[in-house]
Design a protein around this ligand. Structure first.
Ligand code: UT7
Length: 328
């Protein structure tokens, strides 16, 4: 069983941080950021809470789908930057868009979150006949978890939200989700509540500088190495299940972390960069929102058309990774 993407929606804050703006806080340059990452500017949430961005994206997706809100049976938000420990972002979004008959929960798979959530949506649709529509929302405000004095992380991320509404269909679908927990320490932000001492003393801390608990730390080189392998591997594992190759894919929509990671994958697939939707130049890395934001943009620009085959590929903290191949 596959899924039909009925509609997409997005919300991107108006406030933008250009590469040159970082010169006010750190020793960097537009040239370094552009050539090492492909990023030129990124949206930054100002007054907008994470739930607000998610609700705006969800509202647009609901309106575009033209469905009754009563028929949304499940809402999944895949954020890692929730405004609250509880309630879930999905429950707050449910309240905002008035979808009274939906179950709602959040799912954390970091930058792979959208791929995990969309695949979870499909599995719910397959096992519950009473479920008509699922709303998947990726809303992220990474800027609230950054150290703007750390030039190795602060320049990478942007804020924004995107949403999709899906229903069951017999269209082509394949997926593969995976994780390598041994790499968990390479990309993390601690919870604000203090960890017990025993946990603080474990090997998990190796290689990380001291930070206020909630700020994002990473080993950029390790994450880069992982990403260049995880991106092709995610696609290949999903493609092998249905016996198709990269030649059969109309559009690759990878997580938007670094254009060099995507270029490496394109070379490995033997396909031109023209078949990759790239939005990181203007959005930066928006974590789980990056794939649905790119999907939404590809559809809005009429690049992605009905009947085409898409490969959605995520990778991120965990270290999680995963691919979905589907017909739009
Ligand atoms: O969703 C997943 C999230 N994480 C990622 O995607 C991170 C993946 N990793 C990367 O994208 C890259 O590793 C980075 C963009 C983070 C770094 O690029 P790199 O080519 O691996 O650079 P590097 O870490 O080897 O640093 C080279 C130099 C260093 O200076 P020295 O030691 O050679 O003097 C860094 O201190 O560049 C310096 N540097 C900077 N210079 C100017 C690091 N960040 C900056 C900066 N501006 N923003």
């Amino acid at each position: 069983m596959g899924i039909n993407i009925l509609s997409t929606g997005c919300y991107v804050p108006e406030q933008r941080l250009k590469n040159d703006d970082f010169k006010k806080f750190i020793d960097t340059s537009d040239e370094w950021i552009r050539t090492r990452t492909g990023i030129m500017e990124r949206p930054m949430a100002g007054w907008e809470p994470c739930w607000y961005m998610g609700a705006k994206a969800a509202e647009q997706a609901v309106q575009r789908a033209g469905i009754s809100r009563d028929d949304i049976g499940l809402i999944i938000s895949c954020t890692i930057t929730s405004d609250f420990l509880t309630p879930s972002m999905a429950s707050v979004i449910q309240r905002e868009i008035n979808a009274p008959n939906a179950a709602a929960f959040d799912l954390n798979a970091a930058c792979s979150g959208f791929v995990y959530a969309l695949d979870t949506a499909r599995r719910f649709l397959e096992t519950d006949d009473s479920l008509k529509y699922v709303l998947v929302v990726a809303n992220e405000a990474l800027s609230r978890f950054l150290d703007f004095k750390d030039r190795t992380t602060s320049i990478l991320f942007g804020d924004g939200a995107a949403a999709v509404i899906v229903e069951r269909s017999d269209k082509l679908y394949s997926s593969h989700l995976a994780s390598d927990g041994t790499g968990a320490k390479y990309l993390c932000a601690r919870n604000l509540s203090p960890a017990p001492e025993i946990a603080v003393e474990t090997d998990f801390n190796d290689g990380f500088p001291e930070k206020p608990p909630h700020q994002l730390v990473h080993d950029g080189k390790e994450v880069y190495k992982f990403a260049t392998k995880a991106l092709p591997k995610s696609f290949e594992l999903a493609a092998a299940k249905i016996g198709i190759s990269s030649d059969d894919i109309d559009w690759f929509i990878p997580h938007q972390a670094n254009v060099r990671i995507i270029e490496t994958a394109a070379k490995k697939f033997g396909v031109s960069m023209d078949r990759f939707i790239i939005t990181l130049d203007h959005f930066g890395n928006t974590s789980s929102a990056s794939i649905p934001l790119a999907l939404n943009e590809g559809i809005e620009k009429c690049l992605i058309k009905r009947g085409q085959k898409l490969a959605l590929i995520g990778f991120g903290a965990g270290l999680t990774y995963g691919g979905i191949i589907l017909e739009y």
